[in-house]
Design a protein around this ligand. Structure first.
Ligand code: FAD
Ligand code: SF4
Length: 282
């Protein structure tokens, strides 16, 4: 099985600005890419997931570094980022838009480039797609149940959420850490995620996630020429620190294992749905 899709290079990296590193989810690659893009005139806006009341995820067109920084961090709930893509181009007048998204959102972005139904005259304005690895997602109420009922934390008090080492972690604004076993979160997953076979955002220009790199670092794939050029620019201008990716058991091997688990588990679900006559994604 092809675990990762096509890519040109893979590294471990983190944002060089130590103050920003404290605010981001992992190595801050998404934030670094958009800040670098805005500061170097390669982007004039980006479609991101900002955080709203009670830790809701709200799609937003960010056109300043402050807005990019505000949107840092993972929201473990669906956020229709692409719903504001047209707005970025038509209302904000962006000519060079960055898009961050889960693998399904990157697939949707590519689809809009190839088959621009409702997206005419927009494809030359998408300057960079940054995909984030994704095993599964939760509808807002699912995430809320995990946080409030299992972790005992009010949504208003959430500072950060994370999934790692087999657990779902909730960090509060008051410095507490609560967690539950990831296995106990499965009932709250978004059902559509069970037919998704892309773990590492295979169609993005740049893909990134935490798995495969040490804490505070990210695994980063440059997949397209554009992605590689962008990433090299970030490194050369000092926006990123890098190191070679660990190929072994705690690096790419682990990443491949998880990607293949997702692919085979969800392919079984697709086959099952086909068998009983339910709609399937492709
Ligand atoms: C639902 C979900 C599941 C994930 N599962 C895994 C996993 O299994 N393994 C793994 O290694 N990584 C996973 N990730 C990715 C990981 O949590 C980080 O988002 C990624 O490593 C980027 O970190 P960063 O420090 O570079 O990002 P930051 O610099 O902190 O920026 C994060 C960016 O992601 C955007 N964003 C946040 N939440 C969402 C969302 N819900 N939908 C769309 N965009 C969003 C924000 O706008 C922000 O720009 C998952 C992310 C999500 C949203
Ligand atoms: S599991 Fe797939 S469908 Fe679900 S949010 Fe992640 S990429 Fe999208």
């Amino acid at each position: 099985m092809d675990a990762f899709g096509n890519y040109k290079s893979v590294i471990s990296a983190r944002i060089a600005d130590k103050a920003v590193l404290k605010k981001v989810q992992d190595g801050g690659i998404v934030t670094a890419a958009f800040v670098y893009g805005l500061e170097n005139n390669l982007l004039d806006g980006a479609v991101v997931a900002s955080v709203g009341e009670e830790f809701r995820a709200v799609p937003k067109v960010a056109t300043t570094v402050e807005e990019i920084l505000e949107a840092a961090g993972t929201k473990y709930t669906t956020c229709p980022n692409l719903s504001v893509l047209k707005q970025a181009i038509r209302e904000y007048g962006c000519e060079k838009v960055g898009v961050v998204g889960t693998p399904c959102q990157i697939i949707a972005t590519r689809k809009s480039l190839k088959y621009p139904v409702g997206f005419r005259h927009m494809n030359d304005k998408i300057a960079l797609t940054v995909g984030i690895f994704c095993m599964e997602n939760f509808p807002y109420n699912g995430m809320k149940t995990i946080v409030e009922e299992h972790c005992g934390v009010k949504m208003d008090d959430v500072a950060k959420l994370d999934i790692g080492k087999g657990k779902f972690w909730t960090y509060t604004k008051w410095g507490e850490t609560k967690s539950i076993k990831l296995a106990d979160t499965h009932p709250y997953e978004q059902i559509a995620c069970h037919v998704c076979t892309d773990y590492t955002a295979e169609l993005a220009d740049i893909s990134t996630g935490s798995v495969g790199s040490p804490d505070g670092w990210s695994t980063v794939f440059a997949r397209t020429e554009k992605g590689e050029e962008f990433l090299n620019g970030m490194v050369e201008s000092g926006y990123l620190e890098t190191k070679p990716v660990n190929e072994g058991k705690f690096g790419l091997e682990l990443l491949a294992k998880l990607a293949n688990i997702k692919k085979s588990k969800n392919q079984k679900e697709i086959d099952h749905r086909k068998e009983i006559g339910l709609p399937v994604p492709y």
